[in-house]
Design a protein around this ligand. Structure first.
Ligand SMILES: [Cu+2]
Length: 358
C-alpha cells in the first residue's frame, strides 16, 4: 500500500507521521530485547541525550546522504549519517544470533532499492570512542532487486515494508568476538537514473559480539564504500533490468543469508557502557575518553519536520513536509510544499519537496 493510500484510509490524524518522509531506525531487537535507537525528534535538542546503542546525529529530519558535489561519497557523512557521533553504549550479541532493525513506519513505497548491512571491528578500545574514519566495513548482508517482472520491480525495501518496516540480519557465526559497529543502510533509487540521485540512509549501532569464531574479514573505510557511478548507484529502475548489482564491497564469505522475519519484543534492553570488556588480553587500556562524543545542542539544519498543518484528504490546502513526495505519476496527495520548500520534479514518477535557500 502506498503512503498515499494509507493516508486516505487513516486520515489526517496520522498525516504528519506518515509523510515525514524517509526514515530512521527507531529500535533494534536482539533475541526479543529491544534497544532504543537515536530519537531524531528529541535527542538533538538535549544537552545530555540518553545513552543508546545507536550513533547520534544532529540531523532532525529523516534525511539522507547523497553523492553530490566534489566529495561524491567521500564525505564522512556517508559513514554513519550526517555529522554522526559515536554511540555511548552497546548491546551484547552472540555470533550466529539475529538482529532485527526496526525502521520508522513511514518508509515510502516509492523508495525502491537495496538493503545493505556491514560490520567493522573497533578494536579493544571499544566502539564508543573509535574514530569512525578508521572503521573498515565488511558486508554481511546485501539484498537488492527481488523481482523485476513489472518495473520498477520488487526490492529489498518492499520486503521491509511488507514486514512492518523491519529487517533481520544474522551476525556471521564465524567472525571473531569483539566490539563492532554495525552499519545498516537503505539506499533509495527512485531518482537514481541521474547522477547524484541515489539516497543513502546509513544507521550505525555498537555491538559487542561474543563467540568463538576466528575470522577477521578485511573491510574498506566508509568513505570508500561507494562511487556515484557504481552500477548499483547510478541506475534507472523504471526500465526492465536483467540484473542488479548491490553496491559496496564483495559480501563476506561467512555471511549467512536468511529468510526475512520479524522479532517479537519481550523486554527492553539497557545499553552496556564502558570499553566493552571484550579485550581478550585482559588489559585495561581504556583510552581516556576524549571529547569526540559531544552532541551538538543546536541543529544546523534550518528545515523542520513539524510544520505540517493539514486538513482533510485530497490535497486541498494540505502541504507536504520537506523531503516528502509532492508529485509524480498517480500521486493524488498534497502537491504543495510546506513553507521553506518547493516541489521539484525528479522524474515522471517522483517529485519531492526540497528546501529552498539551503
Ligand atoms: Cu526520500
Amino acid at each position: 500500500m502506498s503512503a498515499n493510500a494509507i493516508y486516505r484510509l487513516l486520515g489526517p490524524a496520522l498525516f504528519s507521521t506518515i509523510v515525514a518522509a524517509h526514515g530512521h531506525i527507531s529500535n533494534v531487537v536482539i533475541n526479543g530485547v529491544s534497544y532504543a535507537g537515536w530519537d531524531i525528534g528529541s535527542y538533538p535538542y538535549m544537552a545530555t541525550p540518553p545513552t543508546v546503542i545507536a550513533w547520534g546525529t544532529p540531523n532532525t529530519s529523516n534525511g539522507f546522504i547523497t553523492p553530490v558535489g566534489p566529495d561524491e561519497y567521500g564525505s564522512t557523512d556517508i559513514i554513519c549519517h550526517k555529522e554522526a557521533t559515536n554511540a555511548k553504549g552497546h548491546a551484547v550479541v552472540a555470533a550466529g544470533d539475529k538482529v532485527f532493525l526496526q525502521w520508522t513506519p513511514e518508509w515510502p513505497s516509492s523508495h525502491h532499492g537495496p538493503i545493505v548491512t556491514y560490520l567493522a571491528n573497533c578494536g579493544t578500545g571499544g566502539c564508543e570512542t573509535v574514530d569512525k574514519t578508521k572503521l573498515e566495513f565488511f558486508k554481511i548482508d546485501g539484498v537488492g532487486l527481488i523481482d523485476d517482472s513489472t518495473p520498477p520491480g520488487t526490492w529489498a525495501d518492499d520486503e521491509l515494508i511488507a514486514q512492518g518496516s523491519g529487517w533481520m540480519v544474522e551476525i556471521p557465526p564465524t567472525i571473531a568476538p569483539g566490539n563492532y559497529v554495525m552499519r545498516h543502510e537503505l539506499i533509495a533509487l527512485h531518482s537514481a537514473g541521474s547522477a547524484g540521485g541515489a539516497q543513502n540512509y546509513p544507521q550505525c549501532f555498537n555491538l559487542q559480539i561474543t563467540g568463538s569464531g576466528t575470522d577477521k574479514p578485511a573491510g574498506v573505510v566508509g568513505t570508500s564504500l561507494y562511487k556515484s557511478t557504481d552500477p548499483g548507484i547510478l541506475i534507472d529502475i523504471y526500465q526492465s533490468l536483467s540484473t542488479y548489482v548491490v553496491p559496496g564491497p564483495t559480501l563476506y564469505s561467512g555471511a549467512v543469508s536468511i529468510k526475512q522475519a520479524t522479532s517479537a519484543i519481550t523486554a527492553s534492553g539497557t545499553p552496556v557502557t564502558g570499553a566493552g570488556g571484550a579485550a581478550p588480553t585482559g588489559s585495561t587500556t581504556k583510552s581516556t575518553s576524549t571529547t569526540l562524543i559531544t552532541v551538538p545542542t543546536t541543529s544546523t539544519k534550518t528545515t523542520t519536520t513539524t510544520k505540517t498543518t493539514t486538513t482533510a484528504a485530497g490535497g486541498g490546502g494540505a502541504t507536504q513536509t520537506v523531503y516528502g513526495q509532492c508529485g509524480g505519476n498517480g500521486w493524488t496527495a498534497p502537491t504543495a510544499c510546506a513553507s521553506g520548500a518547493a516541489c521539484s520534479s525528479l522524474n515522471p514518477y517522483y517529485s519531492q519537496c526540497v528546501p529552498t535557500g539551503v
